[in-house]
Structures are given as C-alpha cells and as structure tokens.
Design a protein around this ligand. Structure first.
Ligand code: GLC
Length: 493
C-alpha cells in the first residue's frame, strides 16, 4: 500500500540563503526545506530579519505582534513581528522574525565591522523561542517536528523540552550540527537571563567545563542529532575533532546520524547560469569551460593561458587550511599553474594571501571578498577547485565545483571524504584528488597529481565529465531526512 503522511516541519536557523548567509548553513537550510516542501510536506523556516537581510521577494507582515518570553522576569517578554514569504502554494513559508533592536538595526548576522555583537545569546534565544511561538500561531492544531540548526537554534529544542509545558515537551525534535567548532558557550549567569532551568546545569545536559553550553544541551535533549556527513559524524566522536565534546557525542552515538548535504542544482546550473561568461552542458563543456576560463583570467588580471588553473573560494578561517595551500604555491607556480583565490575572514590569512599575490603577480590572483557571483565564475572558469580543510563537516564548494566541471582537490576529511572519490584515469573512475592528511606535503602530492592528469587531455576531459555528471540534488537527501530522521521520531515504532 502506498501512503503519504504530509508532515509539518519547523526549521529554525540563523542563516537562510537568499535572505542572509555567511556560509553553507544558509544554503543547506534553504535547499533542504524547499526539497521537503516539493515532496509534499509543509515547512516553516524561521530566521531573523537582519539589517542586512535581502528582502527582494513579495512578502507580507503578520497582523499584530507575537510575544516571546526570554528570561523569567515579568518584563522579559519581547513583542516581535513576522514578515512572511511563501512558495509552493504555501507549503514552504519563511517567517522572518522582526525586532528592530535585536536584528533590524544590526549591520550583520553575528557581528559588524566593530566585531561580534555582545548580546548574541539574547538575540538567538529570541529567535529560538520566537520560532516556537510563530509555529504555534501558524499551526494551532499542532505540528510534527522541530528541526534546529547549530547552536543559535539550540534553545528551541531546550525550551520546548523543558519550559513550555507538557505538550511541547513531547514534540519530536532534531538538532543538526553544521560545525562543532561553534557551541554557544556562556557563563553560568546566562541561565536566568535566558530562562533556562537551573536543573539543566549538570554534566548530562548544559554544563561543560564550568560553562553553559547550548549545543551540548540540544544534543542531550533532542530526539535525534544529525550532522552533515557520515564521516564527520564519526570524526566528532574522537578527541582530535570533538572540540571537547567527543565523549558526550560517543555517549549519544545511538542517536547521531550523518547525512551528506545536497546543492540547489537549478540555481547552480552552468547551462542556465546568467552570472558566468558562457553557458554549457555535458555535451559542449569543453568549449564552454575554455570560454569561462578566459573570462576569469581576464577578470582576475592574469594573462590568457592554457595552463592548469586552480581556484579556491572560501571563508578564511583556520578550519579551511588556506595556510597549507599558500605553502604549496611556489611549487605549483613553478610547474606552470595559475591560481585564483576568493575569500574573506581572518586578517592574518588575508595578509598572507596578499603577500602571495605580490610574490607571484603573474600566476596568483587574490580577491579579498565575499562575492557569490564571482564564486560562480571561479567554479565555471577553473580547472580545479582546492579545498584543503583541516576538518570539514560537509563542504559545499566541492559540490558546486563538480557541478561546474571543476575537479576538486581536497583533504581526506569529513564530507570531503564522503563526496569526492579518488581519480583513476586508467580505470576511468573517480572525481578528484585527495590529500591523505591535511598537511603541506600531502596537499602538494595531490596538486602535483592533478597537474599530471591535466596534461593527459583525454583522461582529464573524461574526469571532468564524471564531475559534471555527479548528482548532488537535494531530492534523494530530503527523502532520507524524512525516512531516517523525521519518521523515526514521529511515528510510534
Ligand atoms: C558549515 C560547515 C560546512 C558545511 C556547512 C553546511 O559551514 O563548515 O562543512 O557544508 O556548514 O552544512
């Protein structure tokens, strides 16, 4: 018998693509939510309306405000507004939580030019609690599951489970870790300010090394915890990648599941992408790639050349291993390669990139920028995309790269391990080059292999075609979320 149970799913996230994003989190929340709605489920995505949010789609404001309690005091209630955007006949709704003081007046998601905001815990507590109140208004007769992303949304699991009464405490919840490096660590005094019950301050729940740890609390209280690749789910249970919580994740291993991310293959499609120099598909990719390469070299002020072109698009943080890549530049430039790097972040890393560009002005071009259109042109124009991460929960760059026919050169960690298979041109297998460890030496070995294969024109074109043919769509992954995650906690087993 075929049956279909349409679920009502509440997504809570600090970033949602097209509105506000700083990295992959926003892409994933949008991609998964849309795919779930396309499967017939009802999805409500709650995220703040920041001063920097792009609101260029038809929207309407809810009538009146929604009271959101954060803290125990009489006055600890904020009246927030809701700006709604809907898609797919209302099956997918984005409810942007509006609060001028906490979000609207801020020039960034987590911080602005002056640094990280000092009240982020209150801002994201308001998001977390507000999301629950919004869902209650939207679905007065109830909904099926809370799906909270990263520490900013952890409190929606914690509040529902502990402070909102019996009905809420039984609501199934899923918590997804996109990056264990960020845990929401606060001093003990935050408990009262955020209205968190003191009983939760035990090693079994929020207490971690004398502090309140919101991510740990959500791991303790959610019915299932997911992360964005099976390998990362394993890695975080070991001390080297556990950021102090490996023992706790091991203790909860039976509810920890890794599912690889997808990408939006309609929005990222070289056959229709208007941001790239020339459009191409699997049948005419050789000419299309060449056009895009020429345009990219020109845009980056490098001379037109048929030499292998390595691209890199990244946030500049230690995680991303850009310092390792910088150390390899002299050697690959020596072998004739060109390099384009686009990213922003850590000042120290920005500086070292500027120095590299000065050292190799004819071969290395750097743009210190967060520029998604340029990112797409780098995917389209490069022969290879380098992702030298020290750890990588999933990583989306390698998926975008393959979609645009760029061959990934990656370290063998997390989601990179799960999405890139080692290239073997003799056997016509694989999709990329893999550095065994995140070290300068191993990365250089992988880069040199890539240069060798580039010289074998036929082998390289076949490799590129295998990348172009990889299916990274959300549809199957959304199915897996429904079957392996939501159905497991919402239906009596
Ligand atoms: C974080 C991770 C990245 C992952 C993304 C989306 O940014 O660092 O690996 O792809 O979240 O899940």
């Amino acid at each position: 018998m075929i049956w279909f149970h349409a679920m009502r799913i509440l997504m809570v996230s600090s970033e949602v693509e097209t509105f506000a994003r700083s990295g992959g989190l926003g892409d994933v929340v949008l991609g998964l939510s849309r795919a779930l709605a396309q499967l017939g489920h009802e999805v409500c995505v709650v995220t703040p309306l920041y001063g920097t949010t792009a609101l260029d789609r038809p929207h309407h404001y809810w009538y009146g405000t929604v009271p959101v309690r954060v803290g125990w005091g009489r006055g600890d209630v904020r009246e927030v507004g809701v700006c709604e955007i809907s898609e797919l006949d209302g099956r997918l709704r984005f409810c942007l939580l509006t609060d001028d003081y906490l979000f609207g007046s801020r020039g960034g998601i987590y911080g602005d030019v002056r640094g990280t905001f000092g009240d982020n815990e209150v801002r994201f507590a308001t998001l977390s609690r507000g999301a629950l109140e919004i869902a209650a208004r939207l679905w007065p007769d109830g909904f099926d599951v809370i799906h909270a992303h990263d520490w900013h949304a952890a409190l929606s699991v914690i509040y529902a489970r502990t402070t909102m009464g019996e009905r809420w405490s039984r609501l199934p919840s899923v918590f997804t870790i996109h990056n264990l490096a960020y845990q929401g660590t606060l001093g003990e005094e935050a408990l009262d300010r955020l209205g968190i019950p003191r009983e939760l301050m035990t090693w079994r729940a929020l207490l971690h090394e004398g502090n309140v740890n919101l991510l740990k609390g959500a791991v303790a209280l959610a019915d299932l915890v997911t992360t964005v690749s099976p390998t990362y789910a394993e890695e975080i249970q070991a001390p080297a990648d556990g950021f102090g919580l490996d023992w706790f994740l091991r203790a909860h291993a039976d509810k920890l599941i890794g599912l690889v991310n997808g990408i939006d293959q309609d929005r990222f499609d070289p056959a229709t992408d208007s941001r790239i120099a020339a459009r191409f598909g699997v049948h005419d990719f050789a000419a299309g790639k060449w056009e895009n390469k020429r345009a990219l070299l020109q845009e980056m002020d490098l001379e037109e050349s048929d030499a292998p072109l390595f691209g890199c698009v990244t946030r500049l943080t230690d995680q991303k291993g850009i310092d390792l890549f910088v150390e390899t530049l002299a050697a690959i430039v020596e072998r004739g390669a060109n390099v384009v790097i686009v990213g922003t972040g850590d000042r120290r890393l920005e500086e070292s990139l500027r120095r590299a560009q000065m050292r190799f002005p004819e071969s290395v071009a750097v743009r210190i920028a967060f520029d998604s259109a340029l990112a797409q042109r780098v995917y389209a124009g490069s022969d290879f995309i380098v992702v030298p991460s020290r750890f990588e929960p999933c990583g989306l760059t390698q998926l975008y790269a393959m979609r645009y026919g760029s061959v990934p050169v990656v370290t063998d960690v997390g989601g990179l391990h799960d999405t890139v298979e080692p290239a073997n041109t003799a056997r016509s297998e694989g999709t990329g080059f893999i550095a065994v460890r995140p070290s300068v030496f191993d990365l250089l070995v992988a880069l040199e292999d890539a240069i060798d294969v580039y010289a074998d024109r036929l082998g390289f074109q076949e490799l590129r075609l295998r990348c172009l043919r990889r299916d990274s769509s959300w549809e199957n992954i959304a199915h897996a979320y429904v079957q392996q995650i939501y159905a497991r906690i919402t239906s009596p087993s």
